[in-house]
Every structure is written in structure tokens, then in C-alpha cells.
Design a protein around this ligand. Structure first.
Ligand code: HEC
Ligand code: HEC
Length: 266
């Protein structure tokens, strides 16, 4: 009897509470998505369409479809201030974000509801949880991965570089860890997507730790000349180095006995 009563009680209690809980959670998600949709209609739909389907006009596209780009893309583009874009067409420069992080997360939830895509990463994913020698090894590996995969566009010390058609690959020195991780997941503009199958999450964290480590290091080589490599170093060699030699040659020519004789004759 007691057992039967107990089973009945737990059964009815479960029935009474569990659907209500599920309802609550669904509602708060729904509320977040609704809040995101309202913000989206005001700030983004002009270029990305009423339902995020994208807008194209005769003279090109205003904004691409956001279906399936995922919350990580929204968090990256809005968190680095690239979106909302002010003028259709040009590459959105990183600037101070205009939306709060809560608003960004609401819009990210809305865009995430349009189609599956990479989620906003958790802090544990983009921080390297190693110490001592293991940490040093991971940072060295991160550096090798950076040189192999990223330095072609972002320069060997992450100071950025020029891209074809007037575009730029920005410096990574002011970018937060989360946004570096998201950039790899999302591949903004001409940048490739580095999915987790391509560069594993812990290797992404190693790249980020490497980038932080070169930021903390002083330039041991003396003048860094902006760290732009052959361009600024070559310029330095031409202007100061060869320029100095040419100047010196003129000076020698002006002080030989022959040139002094000419002056006396004149
Ligand atoms: C003036 C037009 C315009 C407005 C307004 C605008 N966008 Fe965009 N958006 C663009 C263009 C153009 C691109 C592609 C540019 C690029 O890839 O650098 C883009 C790209 C994006 C991407 C990247 C898509 C991808 O393929 O990963 C996201 C996410 C995004 N926008 C979100 C937003 C959100 C959220 C808002 C509102 C807060 C917004 N945009 C407002 C024009 C606009
Ligand atoms: C083919 C060239 C290319 C390669 C390779 C590349 N990037 Fe990029 N990256 C870009 C371009 C172009 C942008 C700017 C996109 C924009 O403004 O919409 C960018 C933007 C970024 C940003 C955003 C910076 C900011 O402050 O807003 C980060 C972070 C980044 N890249 C990291 C990486 C990492 C890490 C790798 C290697 C795993 C990498 N990139 C490889 C071209 C590249």
C-alpha cells in the first residue's frame, strides 16, 4: 500500500512540475528571441531583410542572408562594432560597439533561431588551461599554427596587412580573446573559416595564448618600425642606408683635391 501510494505521489508530482518547468525555459528562450527580433527589425532588417533572408538591390547586395550564420557570427560582427554597418557596400571597420552585450546576445539568439550555426563560445574554450612547461609548449605550437595559417594575411606579428581590392586584414592586437576565437569560427569577409575540425578548439586557444604572449613581449630587436616586415624595413634600408651612402659619396666628391682645384681656378 505504502509503495503504491509513494509511486502515485511521485508520479503525480512529476506530472505536475516537469512540463511547467519545460514551459518556463522555453518561454524565457522565446522571450529572448522575441526581444532580439524586435531589435533586429529596427537596426538590421533594412539590409538583412525582415526575416534575416538578406536584401539585394540592382546595384549589388545590401546585406547577406543571416540564416545559418549562427550566434557566434552576430556576437563577432556586433561585438567588434562592424555591425550595424552605416553605409551599404563597404567593409565594416572595427569600431566601438553601439549595442550592449545583452542586446547583442538577444539578437544572436534570434539569428540562431533562424538556422543552425556556431554558438557563442564559452570562456573555457578560448582560454588555455595549462601551466608551466605544458603551457609554454602549447604557446609554441600556437605560434607555429599562427605562422602557418594566419600570418599570410595578418602579418607575422599580427600587426595586419593589406588585402586585394583595397581591403585590409586588421591588426589583432586590440581584439579580445572571445572575438579572436569567433573570427576563426566565422571567417569574416575574405578570411577563411577555421572550423573545429580544421583547427581543434584547444589549438585555437593556443593561438590566442600565443597572440597574447607576443603582445606582452617587448621588442628585443630595437626599432620595430611598426612591425610591418620587408615593407618598412626595406624603406628604412633605402632611405637611411642607401641615402646615407649617396650623401657620403657626394661629400667625398666635393672634398677631393681635384674639385678644390676647380674651385680655385673658377
Ligand atoms: C547598411 C547595411 C547593413 C546594416 C544596417 C546591417 N548590416 Fe550586417 N552586413 C551588411 C553587409 C554588407 C555584410 C557583409 C559584410 C562583410 O562580410 O564584411 C553584413 C554582414 C553581417 C554578418 C556576417 C554574416 C556572415 O556571413 O557571417 C552578420 C552576423 C551581420 N551582418 C549582422 C548584422 C546585425 C545583427 C545588424 C543589426 C544590428 C546588421 N548586421 C546591420 C550590411 C548591413
Ligand atoms: C585570407 C586572409 C586571411 C587569413 C588566412 C586569416 N585572416 Fe583573419 N581576417 C582577414 C580579413 C580580411 C579580416 C577582416 C574582415 C572584416 O573586416 O570583415 C580578418 C579579421 C580577423 C579578426 C578580427 C580582428 C578585429 O579586431 O576585428 C581576427 C581576430 C582574425 N582575423 C584572426 C585570424 C586568425 C587567428 C587566423 C588564422 C587562424 C586568420 N585570421 C587568418 C583575413 C584573413
Amino acid at each position: 500500500m505504502v509503495m503504491l501510494l509513494g509511486l502515485l505521489l511521485t508520479g503525480s508530482l512529476y506530472a505536475a512540475f516537469s512540463p511547467a518547468n519545460a514551459d518556463n525555459e522555453a518561454k524565457s528562450d522565446e522571450a529572448l528571441i522575441q526581444e532580439g527580433r524586435d531589435l533586429f527589425l529596427v537596426g538590421c532588417s533594412f539590409c538583412h531583410g525582415q526575416n534575416g533572408e538578406g536584401v539585394s538591390s540592382q546595384n549589388g547586395q545590401y546585406g547577406p542572408s543571416l540564416i545559418g550564420v549562427g550566434p557566434a557570427s552576430v556576437d563577432f560582427f556586433m561585438g567588434t562594432g562592424r555591425m550595424p554597418l552605416q553605409i551599404p557596400g563597404q567593409q565594416g571597420p572595427p569600431k566601438h560597439p553601439v549595442y550592449t552585450q545583452d542586446e547583442i546576445e538577444a539578437i544572436a539568439a534570434y539569428v540562431g533561431s533562424l538556422g543552425p550555426g556556431p554558438a557563442i563560445p564559452d570562456e573555457s574554450e578560448y582560454t588555455l588551461n595549462l601551466t608551466g612547461d605544458e603551457r609554454q609548449e602549447a604557446i609554441v605550437k600556437g605560434g607555429q599554427l599562427f605562422l602557418a595559417n594566419c600570418s599570410a594575411c595578418h602579418n607575422f606579428d599580427a600587426s595586419g596587412g593589406a588585402m586585394p581590392w583595397g581591403k585590409v586584414a586588421p591588426t589583432l592586437k586590440n581584439t579580445s580573446d572571445k572575438h579572436i576565437y569567433e573570427a576563426m569560427l566565422v571567417g569574416p569577409a575574405q578570411m577563411d573559416v577555421f572550423s573545429n575540425g580544421n583547427i581543434a578548439p584547444e589549438d585555437k586557444a593556443a593561438i590566442i595564448a600565443y597572440l597574447n604572449s607576443i603582445e606582452d613581449n617587448p621588442g628585443y630587436g630595437g626599432f620595430s618600425l611598426g612591425g610591418l616586415g620587408p615593407v618598412s624595413e626595406g624603406m628604412f634600408a633605402w632611405l637611411v642606408g642607401i641615402g646615407g651612402l649617396v650623401g657620403f659619396a657626394y661629400w667625398i666628391a666635393a672634398h677631393t683635391t681635384r674639385s678644390q682645384k676647380k674651385e680655385e681656378e673658377a
